[in-house]
Write a protein that binds this ligand. Structure first.
Ligand SMILES: Cc1cc2nc3c(=O)[nH]c(=O)nc-3n(C[C@H](O)[C@H](O)[C@H](O)COP(=O)(O)O)c2cc1C
Length: 193
């Protein structure tokens, strides 16, 4: 069992990364592997096609996902939005029916609007959204600030444990013969007139 996590900051080892490492440690305690992929650079330096191809392959091998991003101007970073816009177009099948969580990091404000945007991706693709004991955010400008955010740390730990529990529950359901829901015929209508 493996969880793929995306760090959508332009800083490879900053606050978002620190939050994701806390989730990773909690997953490990529950026997679930994880990988943190830094997408902030390749999202914007002309390598997006290669990045999406590689992520699509990783998605196929993963059982759960965490999409992490810092708050930039009260929204998710542009970097994560570029990646998720492209990834959900390219790898919808590899993502569907697998649990996902969203995580954000901010100095101060814009966290809930950021989480709302991030959660829009899994929730249009039939992915169970994993929650924690508070909205999944940490606060700080540097990794050491995040470590001092004791409530944020506990929220990340709980998120990792809840993700592990849901992945294991889905595996147990599959082993017991529970089938994925069948597709419903859905007309695609446009709101023109
Ligand atoms: C371009 C930019 C915009 C930012 N906008 C906000 C903001 O609206 N609200 C806020 O609290 N912090 C804001 N910040 C601070 C970061 O969200 C915060 O320091 C975050 O923890 C950084 O995470 P990282 O180290 O993973 O990049 C901004 C930072 C940058 C670089």
């Amino acid at each position: 069992m493996k969880v793929l996590m995306l760090n959508g900051s332009w800083r490879e080892k900053g606050c978002t990364y620190t939050a994701l490492t806390i989730v990773a440690d909690a997953l490990k305690e529950e026997g679930v592997d994880s990988e943190i992929v830094f997408v902030g650079k390749d999202a914007v330096n002309g390598n997006i096609n290669e990045l999406i191809k590689s992520l699509k392959e990783k998605c196929a091998q993963s059982d759960g996902f965490v999409f992490g991003a810092p708050v930039y101007y009260a929204s998710p970073s542009g970097e994560i939005q570029v990646v998720l816009d492209r990834l959900f177009g390219a790898a919808g099948d590899e993502l569907r029916f697998k649990p996902a969580a969203v995580v954000t990091s901010a100095r101060r404000a814009g966290t809930t609007s950021t989480l709302d945007v991030l959660a829009k991706y899994p929730t249009i693709n039939q992915m169970p959204l994993v929650s924690s004991c508070y909205w999944p955010m940490v606060h700080g400008s540097a990794p050491e600030d995040v470590r001092k955010d004791e409530e944020g740390v506990a929220v990340m730990k709980t998120l990792g444990k809840n993700m592990a529990w849901l992945i294991k529950s889905i595996e147990a359901g599959k082993a017991a013969g529970v089938k994925q829901p069948e597709d419903v015929d859905k007309p695609q209508t446009n709101f023109i007139r």
